[in-house]
Design a protein around this ligand. Structure first.
Ligand SMILES: O=C(O)CCC(=O)C(=O)O
Ligand SMILES: [Fe+2]
Length: 328
């Protein structure tokens, strides 16, 4: 029989299970939620430390305590205000060359297969590859480069879990979006992406475009906000996303009069962006220019991580990352 006492014990047990693996302030029963979508979760903190209203003061406090350096404080301030960071010359050139060669070798011997994905007549470059780090240790190592993880740990204020990679010879030609709808966390905000340049990037190659400050000016727009039901996504897929999500983002960008910046880095430079910073792959003005890059996505350990459009948990849950308790 379900008594108040047994119900309370069940809730205490569920909360205890949740707490062992996740850090959200409001515990949830993930099995009962079923489809993981933004509107199925309660509003919950904690917000990432650099997204809180007192973030600039928190940075000053940590600097005064001596727990961060003046250089790190400057990175944090830029992250708070602009939602991105560019770190020049972060990755050693010989490491980039060896990693790219490992990728090309895997293409030659058929371990990595690329779709042709032509962007127009005479496009010499193949499509991009999702998650090459899963089979190529060289790419996994670059994704987990110690300086990158030091920066993401600082920005999260938590331990970083490397998640996804996308490697490519050319622009994604993706319209402006926030990655938060593709890789969502509970609580919101525990995703960071970066873009690693394998060569000097030509302005006509379709550089990464990004909208400074959009991470704070736009809300986290998730499927429920734009009327995409989980079943509809499963039936119609990304056509619905193109139809509803992308025009909504564009409306917001126009309403706030946000203008894009274009990332034309030197080889080895890295751009980091916030979970909700709007970005995309700009138009390739000259198809002959390559734009060789690795994009990496990272979560913070202890966030619930899912694909909001389909309602599926991320691969990390299936891989058993959350079978081990998180350290807090
Ligand atoms: O590299 C690009 O063109 C954009 C990539 C992107 O939006 C992403 O991987 O999140
Ligand atoms: Fe993206």
């Amino acid at each position: 029989m379900l008594t108040i006492g047994s119900l309370r014990r069940k809730v205490v047990r569920l909360n205890g299970d949740f707490r062992r693996h996740y850090f959200a302030d409001v515990p949830v029963d993930l099995d009962a939620i079923g489809e993981l979508r933004g509107d199925a979760f309660p509003a919950s903190g904690p917000a990432p430390w650099l997204d809180r209203p007192d973030a600039l003061l928190a940075v000053d406090r940590r600097l005064a305590e001596g727990t961060i350096t003046a250089g790190d404080a400057e990175l944090c301030r830029q992250w708070i205000v602009d939602g991105y960071l560019i770190v020049e010359n972060l990755i050693e050139h010989d490491l980039l060359d060896r990693t790219w060669e490992a990728y090309e070798q895997a293409i030659r011997d058929g371990r990595v297969t690329l779709d042709p994905e032509s962007h127009g007549e005479g496009d010499p470059y193949p499509g991009r590859n999702l998650d090459p780090h899963v089979q190529l240790p060289a790419i996994a190592a670059l994704q987990s480069h110690p300086t990158i993880l030091r920066i993401t740990n600082l920005l999260f204020g938590r331990e970083t879990i490397p998640f996804q990679t996308i490697m490519g010879h050319k622009s994604s030609a993706q319209r402006p979006h926030s990655d938060a709808i593709h890789m969502t966390t509970y609580p919101l905000g525990y995703l960071i992406a970066n873009w690693i340049a394998f060569e000097d990037i030509h302005p006509d190659s379709g550089p990464l475009e990004y909208y400074p400050r959009s991470h704070r000016l736009l809300p986290y727009l998730l499927s429920g906000d734009i009327g995409i039901a989980p079943r509809a996504f499963k039936e119609k897929g990304y056509a619905l996303y193109n139809e509803r999500y992308e025009p909504t983002i564009e409306r917001y960008l126009n309403a706030h009069r946000l203008e894009p910046q274009f990332f034309c880095p030197r080889k080895g430079d890295v751009l980091f962006w916030h979970a909700n910073l709007v970005h995309g792959g700009s138009l390739r003005k000259d198809l002959r220019h390559s734009r060789r890059a690795l994009v990496c996505h990272y979560f913070a350990r202890g966030a619930v991580t899912y694909h909001d459009l389909s309602g599926n948990p991320s691969r990390l849950h299936r891989d058993g990352l959350y079978t081990a308790p998180h350290p807090d």
